[in-house]
Design a protein around this ligand. Structure first.
Ligand code: GAP
Length: 452
């Protein structure tokens, strides 16, 4: 089947359009003119996002005996952010064009752009760089005062350090073991954009993997490399195009102050090669900082020997929305096909792995006649107990197939008038478009086999 190659710039437009038209992702608060690059996930987007997060939890929590999950508060005691260094150091440097007042992160204007405003295009003068803390601030309780300032967490990580002794105690895990969390994070980014790439409100899937204090570099590098492999395994599982992935070793002078090694997992987006995920060796920086600040003992106590030690940490950190963007860009496919009349036509297919597809199966009665509807409804109820199904009885069958291809539904089940006689239905495969006749009583088992 010839695949039509889309140029990357076109690809971005096409993916944004599909996401909008099919109800995956659309601008938030739109009736009020939107809200600076905020996006809402519609019915299909919510399913896709949930499937991505569920798969992550399955692969990294349920399938691993050495990782436990938590779900911590978004707002934490403000001393958390003092100790972690976020209040003093979680800053971006902002500069503003004196002509049109467009604001930039200073580092964004590096690489030849310095001195020219991207918006007004003139050789503009910029204001002097000003440091700007990117944490969202609010107050706890009804009175606005300096005493009750709190922050929306800018990363999910800190709760896993602050709660470490409690989790080590209740889970009775031996080192090395990890704590995982999926949840919202907030950053008051100076510039947002590129669809869901840089947001002010987003979700992270993070693991803090605690290891014994390493005696040699090899001791921690072993775990670091294991997590690098795990990230690759994950990317393949969600169907990210590995040819677009680059692992970039971050030099010491560009790493966060706590990091002994950072590898950025970058993706070739249509707007350039940029960060998708990060993997960092954080040493014992965070636990030490919180121990010092709180005065509490955050050390790990060996269950057998009673010996105390301060673990070191490897941190794989992944953004949910960037994962979704990478998945959509990898899965979007255009193929030239022939219609029943022999004309050429382009079909759009979202070739996402079935495990994350919003609907696993679409049930399509050929007509809305009651006798077909009765069978179709029965199948929908049966399958719907185990998997997410769509039911569509409108428009021609060809149009319905195209719609399901575009939203990535792996299988379509068509009920036609012959089904009344032979008690069989047609199962169509999204990728090969091959069709097979299957006994209704065998449908559930067949689809289950295909979908695993
Ligand atoms: N705990 C480490 C940490 O938060 P980070 O590199 O600042 O590290 C981790 O963020 C991941 O979170 C990024 O690799 C990216 O996937 C996601 N992320 C960070 N900022 C984001 C933003 N403004 N919009 C969307 N995703 C973001």
């Amino acid at each position: 089947m010839p695949k039509k190659e889309s140029k990357d710039t076109e690809l971005m437009d096409k993916v944004v359009r599909l996401a909008r038209n099919r109800g995956f992702i659309f601008p938030g608060s739109e009736i009020y003119g939107g809200l600076q690059n905020s996006w809402d996930f519609g019915p299909l987007g919510a399913e896709l996002k949930k499937n991505v997060k569920d798969l992550w939890w399955k692969m990294f929590v349920h399938e691993r005996p050495d990782v436990v999950g938590i779900d911590a508060n978004i707002i934490m005691n403000t001393r958390t952010w003092e100790a972690s260094g976020h209040i003093d150091g979680f800053n971006d440097v902002l500069i503003e064009c004196k002509d049109c007042h467009e604001r930039y992160r200073e580092d964004e204007l590096d690489g030849g752009l310095k001195g020219t405003c991207e918006k007004c295009g003139t050789k503009a003068q910029f204001t002097s760089p000003a440091s700007f803390n990117t944490m969202f601030k609010t107050n706890l309780g009804p009175i606005e005062s300096d005493d009750n300032v709190v922050y929306l967490r800018p990363e999910t990580a800190q709760a896993m350090f602050v709660d470490f002794p409690e989790i080590a105690r209740v889970s009775r895990k031996k080192l090395p073991f990890g704590i995982a969390q999926i949840g919202k994070a907030f950053r008051n980014e100076i510039t947002t954009g590129n669809f869901i790439f840089r947001l002010r409100e987003f979700e992270q899937m993070e693991i803090e993997y605690f290891i014994e204090p390493p005696k040699t570099k090899e001791n921690w590098e072993k775990y670091f490399n294991q997590w690098l492999k795990e990230i690759r395994r994950w990317l393949k599982a969600v169907g990210v195009d590995m040819e677009r992935i680059k692992e970039v070793e971050i030099p010491k002078n560009e790493r966060a102050h706590y990091s002994g090694r950072t590898v950025d997992i970058e993706f070739q987006y249509p707007f350039g090669q940029k960060e998708l995920y990060g993997l960092a060796y954080r040493g014992d920086y965070d636990l030490n900082a919180h121990e010092k600040s709180s005065g509490e003992n955050l050390k790990y106590r060996d269950l057998k020997t009673g010996k105390e030690l301060m673990p070191h940490v490897i941190e794989p950190s992944m953004g949910v929305e960037r994962t979704i963007l990478a998945i959509l860009l990898s899965a979007y496919t255009e193929e030239e096909v022939k219609t029943a009349k022999g004309d050429k036509e382009v079909r759009i297919v979202l070739k996402i792995p079935s495990i994350i597809a919003p609907y696993k199966v679409a049930i399509l009665p050929l007509s809305d006649k009651p006798e077909l509807r009765k069978i179709a409804e029965k199948i929908r109820i049966e399958l719907g107990k185990e998997i997410s199904v769509d039911y569509d009885a409108t428009q021609s069958i060809g149009k319905r197939y195209r719609r399901q291809d575009e939203i990535g539904t792996p299988y379509c089940v068509t009920i036609d008038f012959e089904s009344l006689e032979d008690k069989k239905v047609t199962v169509r495969d999204r990728d090969t478009m091959k069709q097979e006749r299957v006994k209704i009583e065998e449908l559930r088992d067949l689809l289950k086999t295909k979908l695993t």
